[in-house]
Write a protein that binds this ligand. Structure first.
Ligand code: GCW
Length: 687
């Protein structure tokens, strides 16, 4: 029977270029491995399988300990004599823990590709890089790569529940759990590990941060034997397993009367639990914790601080090298909409800034990119740059909760790149978010990237085939946030769809423009939140206006937006003065974020000279129209793309068009009715 799923960018297709084949064959018809262990053999098998599929030749895999050959690919670790003969001193020094070097030796007598790393993880990352370079027909005579990941932690967060459902999942059910059990077959998990290794991921949290019911027990011997198998599968690909925990586990599982982090019995219980976990999973990554957030228990319940809570767990994990990843998504989710003093945007900073310096070294604070919750656009969270003495990770949402739920095409790389390039000024000019989360600005050991997964059991993993690009881009940016997204997106297209010029050109255009288009017909200018409550799909201008979640735009007949300046809620005061001045000033504030920071009359003129209300109308009409361009660009590729993929994407684009029109009409009508100001261009706005 056919595979139940595609392999995304690892779907190896036969190379039709005879010229290239001829050149490459001497280098790949033998694979020599210098360390005959499980990991090296696995890497060699990956390479062999790829070469077989791409070039139609079946290389021999041989273990060797001395150089008795002239042709082939040589895989080995630094320190090995055979390998080191080929390397300069500086080259050796440049290879970091998870990094690798690929170098070609092409002389009259030798045709060798060297793949060298310090660790097994580096070998597997390098193997996929080599495979991909061969697939895009890289010129072997100039192939020379030294790569090291910039950020130490590159982790995928799954919001998978044990019943198999996925919170905010739009691509089928969990590949890890079903019916309150760990799935028996790990075949798909293994293929998933391959996909992740090929983009440089080194950690995965497989269960939802909202830890309820059976999932609380994942940290016990009830599930650990099965989890250790999952961990082993991931380990082969350089990826560590982490688990989300419920802070009140000592009560639920341990039968204690409290989960107070300062209670010695509570600490003892965690110590024992951690010891047990490591007896099953010796390289267990650590815990991800959502505490005191959206009805999850936490240290506040006992009058303790988040540092007390995180440090207690960190102490238990420390002897084994584990970390605590503590989420900063803490805010009052029971606000009264009449309360204009409380500003949810300020919450993370207010809760955590005072604790800077109090967290142990193996605690990392995981901070959502913006101060609210993954809206189509938000300013960068002021916590980045606000806590010099605290390890930090940035949390990005690969799954498209507020960005079209994988029905709409919304490539997120462009948004993420802007966020990473934001200069916080916290240590003077050049204090970019990317330098904060890769640890270089403050010299942190644990920091990096967390991405909320967009994959599930659907045939193409991500529901929308083009949403695979979001997972790919997350990994590639986490590996190297300095790379341009154009480059990253293009590489994905080449590996996924091949190098037809039109295909590359059109899909690249679609990806790079899609976020802006989505923003235009939904909530431009930093507005956010006009979605249906609960499932968060589709327009509802006041869906979150009178609820308890702290998410208000406060539109009336004259103006809209929240004044978050220093004269308003004071949110801008959480930024470095450089930004505070800019955000405070309605003339200087970046227009993309105007309504996030300011309360603005509908008649206010934007830089273009348009009034705010006219901008709203235009933006929604334009955005919905531009979906036609997406459709047209895709239509032009008919016949050039695998038919199943073509049809699936066409189907989604059609839905996107319908739903974009709905957005346009609902939002425009809302503003028309609020303001009574007609569209200057006289287009039909439903009364
Ligand atoms: O965006 C919100 C989501 C919740 C999610 C929460 C969080 C996992 O709507 O579904 O819970 O954020 O990030 O904890």
């Amino acid at each position: 029977p056919q595979n139940q799923y595609t392999m995304c960018w690892l779907d190896y297709k036969r190379c039709e270029d005879e010229e290239y084949l001829k050149k490459v064959i001497p280098f790949i018809s033998n694979i020599f491995i210098l360390d005959n262990n499980y990991y090296f053999r696995n890497a060699a098998l990956e390479l062999k399988e790829a070469i077989k599929n791409i070039f139609g030749v079946e290389p021999n895999i041989q273990t060797t300990s001395y150089l008795d050959f002239h042709r082939g690919t040589l895989i080995g670790k630094l320190g090995n004599e055979v390998i080191e003969k080929f390397l300069e001193k500086e080259e050796k020094e440049q290879i970091g823990n998870e990094g690798f070097l690929i170098k070609v030796v092409a002389t009259k007598t030798q045709n060798i590709i060297l793949l060298v790393a310090k660790t097994e993880s580096g070998i597997i990352y390098g193997t996929f890089e080599l495979i991909n370079r061969l697939r895009v027909k890289s010129n072997l005579s100039s192939l020379y790569i030294i790569e090291n990941p910039k950020a130490p932690l590159r982790v995928i967060n799954h919001w998978d529940n044990m019943d198999g459902s996925i919170e905010r999942g739009y691509a089928g059910s969990s590949i890890f759990f079903s019916n309150n059990r760990v799935k028996r077959s790990l075949k798909r998990v293994r293929d998933y590990a391959r996909l992740l290794a090929s983009i440089g991921i080194n950690g995965v949290v497989i269960n939802n941060v909202n830890v309820r019911g059976k999932a609380i027990w994942l940290i016990t011997p009830k599930y650990l034997p099965e989890l250790s198998e999952i961990a082993e599968t991931f380990r082969l690909y350089g990826i560590k397993l982490y688990l989300s925990i419920n802070f009140a586990s000592p009560i639920y599982i341990g039968g204690l009367s409290t989960a107070d982090p300062l209670d010695p019995d509570v600490f003892k219980w965690w110590q024992e639990t951690v010891k047990t976990i490591y007896s099953y999973i010796p390289d267990f990554g650590g815990f991800l914790v959502k505490a005191d957030s959206e009805f999850n228990p936490g240290p506040y319940v006992y009058g303790r601080s988040h540092a007390d809570g995180a440090n207690m767990l960190a102490k238990a994990l420390l002897p084994y090298g584990g970390v605590v990843i503590w989420r900063a998504f803490v805010y009052n989710c029971l606000q009264d909409w009449r309360d204009t003093k409380t500003d949810r945007a300020k919450a993370a900073y207010e809760n955590f800034k005072p604790l800077d310096g109090e967290f142990l070294d193996n605690v990392v604070l995981q901070i959502k990119y913006g101060p609210m919750d993954f809206q189509v656009r938000e300013p960068v969270s002021p916590l980045f740059g606000g806590m010099e003495k605290t390890n930090q990770m940035i949390e990005l949402q690969i799954t498209q909760e507020y960005t079209g739920q994988q029905i709409h095409l919304c490539y997120l790389g462009t948004l993420w790149k802007e966020i990473l390039e934001f200069d916080t000024y916290c240590k003077g000019k050049g204090s970019y978010v990317k330098r904060i989360v890769d640890g270089s600005l403050f010299g942190w050991k644990y920091c990096g990237f967390a991405g909320v997964s967009n994959i599930g059991s659907s045939i193409n993993w991500t529901g929308h085939d083009l949403a695979q690009a979001n997972l790919w881009t997350f990994g590639k940016l986490a590996w190297n946030p300095d790379r341009s997204v154009e480059d990253i997106a293009k590489e994905w297209i080449l590996l996924t769809f091949g190098d037809d010029k039109k295909v590359v050109e059109n899909i690249l255009w679609m990806l790079l423009n899609s976020h802006r288009i989505y923003e235009k017909y939904t909530t431009p200018l930093g507005l956010g939140w006009m979605v249906n409550p609960g499932h968060h799909y589709g327009p509802n201008p006041e869906g979150y206006e009178y609820s308890k979640w702290g998410t208000y735009h406060r539109a009336d007949t004259k103006a809209i937006g929240v004044d978050r300046t220093s004269k308003g809620t004071g949110y801008t005061l959480q930024y470095h003065p450089h930004w505070q001045k800019i955000f405070d000033d309605i003339e200087k504030c970046p227009e993309d974020l105007l309504l996030f920071f300011h309360r603005v009359p509908y008649t206010h003129r934007l830089k273009s000279g348009k009034t705010l209300i006219q901008f709203m109308y235009d933006s929604h009409f334009e955005g919905a129209e531009e979906v036609d361009v997406l459709i047209q660009k895709w239509e032009e590729l008919r016949g050039k793309i695998d038919e199943d993929i073509f049809n699936r994407v066409s189907e989604r684009l059609k839905m996107q068009k319908e739903h974009a029109i709905e957005w346009r009409d609902v939002i425009n009508t809302y503003f028309y009715r609020k303001t009574g100001i007609p569209d200057e261009k006289g287009r039909l706005i439903y009364p």
